[in-house]
Write a protein that binds this ligand. Sequence first.
Ligand SMILES: Nc1ncnc2c1ncn2[C@@H]1O[C@H](COP(=O)(O)OP(=O)(O)OP(=O)(O)O)[C@@H](O)[C@H]1O
Length: 288
Amino acid sequence: MAAAEAPPTVVVDHVDVHYRVFGTGEHRAAQTTDSGRRSAIARAGHRAIGGGQGMVHAVRDVTFVAHEGESIGLIGRNGSGKSTLLRAIAGLLPPTSGRIWVQGRSTLLGVNAVLMPALSGVRNIQIGCQALGLSRREVTERLDSIIEFSGLGDAVNLPMKSYSSGMAARLRFAISTAVVPDVLVVDEALATGDADFKERAQERIAQIRQEAGTVFMVSHSNATIRRQCDRALWMDAGRIRMDGPAEEVLAAYEEDSLEARRARWRRAKARAEAKAQTAATPKPSSEG
Ligand SMILES: Nc1ncnc2c1ncn2[C@@H]1O[C@H](COP(=O)(O)OP(=O)(O)OP(=O)(O)O)[C@@H](O)[C@H]1O
């Protein structure tokens, strides 16, 4: 069955997300540059609303439907709204307007796992899995395989506060994927952990896809998106600029990034040439 014919798992319907930020009056001044152009901060969707407060319009009128078995990569420049959209899909951030409908349970990798630094890895697995809805018996039955998947070995009996960030990431991943979620949301989490764990994590994601879940993934690595995703959404200043097969969207995004680099290079060259010309122009003599 083609993905688009599979049952829908996530419907995002004209969604906007704003953040309210608290700052100083400097924020208003930052809206335009000396040359009168809109500043980077304004382009990123920041708007002063007075009283030292501002609003960031992080996601703008986003609409799409995801289906069972799809693996969707979110790509785009820094601050384009990828993480915000994922957090909204995972139910951690309410949209300011529009609606998000999710079939079943969505899990944001690593965040839904309730981890307590003073407790051992084993206790955290027990508590985390119960928070995900497993019964005590189910946790006991799965404990060995979760520990085995985490690859922590004997360290699983040590308090979590003694773990490195990579070890904690392994534990979070092992807990949050112990129960196959209907919708798994991965935010660059695979960037943590060593090569061996990354490989195991990728296998696990592939397995979740086969078990008919839907995977959303944010990554700045185009190679990761190519390997893991069949569809991509390109976010640009809070909007979806392109939605389609991963390869096509990545090709367009890469071409755009290359063009942006070329434009930057042309501007830098023009500036350098103008500076050189000014330096070469003889100054008018003060004698007379
Ligand atoms: N907690 C927050 N409070 C206020 N503004 C926020 C918050 N989180 C994100 N933003 C703003 O929302 C916009 C979108 O940010 P978001 O993190 O969703 O982008 P992103 O595409 O995931 O960026 P990156 O690639 O750098 O991770 C940015 O302008 C950012 O400054």
